[in-house]
Design a binder for this molecule. Sequence first.
Ligand SMILES: Nc1ncnc2c1ncn2[C@@H]1O[C@H](COP(=O)(O)OP(=O)(O)OP(=O)(O)O)[C@@H](O)[C@H]1O
Length: 198
Amino acid sequence: MTLEADRLACRRGGRLIFSELSFRLGPGEAIALTGRNGAGKSSLLAMLCGRLRPEAGTIRIAGAADVAPVELSHVVGHRDGLKTALTAQENLAFAQALLGDPALSPGEALAAVGLPHVARLPVGYLSAGQRRRVALARLLVSRRPFWLLDEPMAALDVAAQTMLTGLMRAHLSDGGAILAATHGPLGLDGARELRIGL
Ligand SMILES: Nc1ncnc2c1ncn2[C@@H]1O[C@H](COP(=O)(O)OP(=O)(O)OP(=O)(O)O)[C@@H](O)[C@H]1O
C-alpha cells in the first residue's frame, strides 16, 4: 500500500502555511519531514490522520481507496495521548483494544521500550521520557503499516533514541512505512527528506 498526497495546501488562522506539496510513501520507505518552527509539519500530520482538512489537494491510500489513511496508521504526536490515571500496561491494553490487529502484548511492548519495571505505575507518575516511551510502545501492540510520528526523538535519552531507531528499522524491514517530523537525525540511512514551508 502506498500513501499518496497530491498538491496539498494548508491554511491556518487565515494564513497559507504551505502549498503544492506532493509525495508518496510506500512499503519500506521513510520520510524525514523537516522545516523551521511553524512550517506546518504538525499540520501535515494532522491532515494525514484526518484531523485537519486540506485547503487544497488530496490524500489517499493507493491499493485501499475506500480506507481512510488513519485506519492504517499509528499516530504519535506531541501530546502523548496517554490516560494519566491508568497504568502503563492498562494504557497499552486500551490502545490494543481500540486499534485492533494485535501484535506484541502490552508487557512485551513495555519490555521492548526498556520499561518493564513501570508496567503497573499510573502513567501520571512517569517522567517525560518514560511517558514518551510508553506512547511509542503503542506502535508495537497493534500492526499498522504507516507510522506517523511527530518529533519521536523528543525527550528520549541517547539509549532510548537508539532503541527507537532499531524499532523503526525493524518496521521498515517488515514492509512498513514511516513519516516522521523531526529537527534532528532519525538514524535511518535510507530516509529521504521532505522539507516544507513557504
Ligand atoms: N489551531 C490553529 N489556529 C491557527 N493557527 C494555527 C493553529 N495550529 C497551528 N497554527 C499555526 O500554523 C502554523 C504551523 O504550525 P505547526 O504546528 O504545523 O508547525 P510545525 O512545523 O509543526 O512547528 P514546530 O517545528 O514548531 O513543531 C504555525 O504558524 C501555527 O501558529
